[in-house]
Design a protein. Structure first.
Length: 558
């Protein structure tokens, strides 16, 4: 009996091409059958707004967009696949699973090995050689969706009890594994069809571990370019990971068990105490240098908790006898007709030139000289300054706090001597892992925060936030991340428990994103991460917590 044919619409560069094929045809077969252009770079596909691997069968009329490795989505799958190959190579060399993932450092992944194994160039060359051997064989990477009970049994037989407990505590009915030969691991996203897709990578020492370096996209090609490693940021990442270990919460399974054992309240108290301690230490540093420091500049990416951090820092400064005065950069926007436009012709409110930095610097100099300034007030509805201005004069016990995305950029306050400025970088540098090879990214942590805050306080749906997020992230790359190493101190606003508390809020918002929108792909990915977390109540989160900036109930006014 002939199988009924179905219609598929292949979307590429704004064009729709219609084909007909049999039910059950895999995406790999479709690529070959219809000679899809650029097939060497196709690593996955989006079918009816579902991101899937190329082994997926198409059984109904479908719209298909093939994912090239030289796209952000494709490169993310590339990284996950390379990590899978690295884990397999380490297993083959040592005969056991001893690889641990750490932070993302300049788009590369940090790893170390258990059992205090010394990591040097000789060992890395050995691991690299084994990876290349696996890649040269172009081994098929096979997906298996299995009942959760089988996944638990699989890990228990390998004595990997944290991974078994992750599945058990998640309550999932089915889990997805990917196998290279007999090496299988739980994955929360698609991988490449075979090991041969990974053409470029590098292992480099990064004591006490090493970096798996990935290529980046340059003019439509994948290239590895060596960049200066952010030492300050890396130090904060690793300190956080060590602190998580000390608390016995290195991964999501540990956190889930704490919630199920009704011990979350204690973990919240300890996590918030760490924040309080760090903020107090920063206030003490500023106080010790009070004779020189006149201006505090606070910067960080979206949803990093800068505003709450600023308010809590202000409290600690007051304890030390210093009264902070805030200056909002929003009031120093140039009028709308003078605002630069981006490459698409839209107003670029995030670029430095959107601010009247000459007026800002003149005002700061006058303040430090003891003069009274007239602070402008910006009317965002009319796109210009109001006639009204607010007088401001610094008293001897006062210090200026400026919060904004350009705070670390020296051009913002170029007329003020460096010795008079103290720069703080704030970001949510989470180190919670799903498993030994998969971590919750800092970007995802901030995105979850942003979705909740936008819904509760800005009348934006999850769809609205997901639509604007790529633009927000591009702005961060351009205006914030480049300057993060110029900070005098860094504050990690991540809370070890926060994803579990955010889940009851954000999960229902993400479920509202219809599959007819392209953003459904991202909402589905986030939902699949959240599925591994046990819900946690917000009742024990203190009213001064940074998390309250996003879920509400804060004692601060925003």
């Amino acid at each position: 009996m002939m199988r009924k044919k179905i219609q598929i619409i292949i979307k590429k560069e704004g064009k729709d091409i219609i084909y007909y094929t049999e039910r059950g045809t895999t995406l790999t077969q479709i690529i070959e059958k219809f000679k899809i252009a650029g097939k060497k770079n196709i690593i996955a596909a989006i079918v009816n707004n579902y991101l899937v691997d190329l082994s997926e069968q198409v059984n109904n009329n479908s719209e298909i967009e093939f994912v090239s490795v030289v796209t952000d989505k494709g490169l993310s799958i590339y990284r996950d696949t390379a990590t899978h190959i690295l884990a397999y190579a380490v297993k083959k060399i040592f005969g056991k699973d001893i690889l641990n993932i750490g932070p993302s450092i300049r788009y590369n992944y940090y790893f170390d090995l258990e059992s205090n194994i010394k990591i040097d160039k000789k060992l890395l060359k050995k691991i690299e050689k084994e990876m290349l051997n696996i890649i040269r064989k172009d081994i098929s990477i096979k997906k298996e969706v299995i009942p959760a009970e089988e996944g638990i049994k699989f890990y228990e037989e390998k004595k990997e009890y944290d991974k078994a407990n992750l599945i058990r505590t998640s309550g999932l009915e089915f889990v997805r594994f990917y196998f290279i030969e007999n090496f299988g691991e739980l994955c929360n996203g698609p991988l490449a069809p075979s090991t041969g897709f990974i053409t470029k990578f590098k292992l480099v020492p990064y004591p006490p571990g090493f970096l798996l370096m990935f290529p980046k996209i340059y003019d439509g090609k994948l290239l590895i370019k060596y960049e200066k490693t952010p030492k300050k940021l890396s130090k904060v990442f690793l300190e956080t990971r060590d602190w998580y270990k000390e608390q016995g919460v290195s991964n999501v399974a540990h956190l889930n068990q704490i919630i199920l054992d009704n011990k979350l309240s204690e973990l919240i108290t300890i996590s918030e105490a760490l924040h309080e301690k760090r903020i107090s230490q920063i206030a003490d540093i500023i106080t010790r240098k009070r004779s020189e420091i006149k201006i505090i500049l606070i910067a960080g990416p979206s949803a990093s908790g800068k505003t709450t951090f600023s308010k809590r820092l202000g409290i600690h400064l007051r304890v030390n006898g210093i009264k902070p005065v805030s200056i909002s950069l929003d009031n120093y926007f140039v009028d709308r007709d003078k605002t630069p436009r981006d490459e698409n012709g839209n107003y670029d409110f995030e670029c430095l030139e959107a601010l009247d930095i000459n007026l800002l610097n003149r005002h700061l100099i006058d303040l430090l000289d003891g003069k009274t300034i007239m602070v402008p007030q910006f009317d965002f509805h009319k796109g210009r300054r109001k006639k009204e201005k607010v007088p401001l004069k610094l008293e001897k016990d006062q210090i200026v706090i400026i919060e904004g995305i350009h705070g670390l950029n020296e051009k913002l306050t170029s007329k003020i001597p460096k010795r008079n400025k103290f720069k703080i970088y704030v970001s949510a540098l989470t180190q919670l892992r799903l498993s030994d090879y998969h971590r919750i990214t800092t970007t995802d942590t901030r995105l979850l925060r942003r979705i909740v805050r936008d819904f509760l306080f800005r009348e934006h749906t999850a769809l609205d936030t997901l639509k604007m997020w790529p633009s927000v992230h591009r702005g961060e790359e351009k205006y914030i991340f480049l300057f993060q190493e110029d900070a005098d101190v860094m504050f990690n606003s991540a809370l070890i428990y926060e994803t579990a508390v955010l889940k009851p809020f954000v999960y229902k918002y993400l479920l509202s994103v219809s599959h007819k929108y392209p953003e459904y792909v991202e909402s589905k990915r986030l939902l699949e991460i959240l599925d591994f977390f046990v819900d946690a109540p917000a009742r024990d989160v203190p009213k001064t917590s940074i998390l309250r900036e996003f879920i509400g109930g804060s004692s601060f006014k925003y």
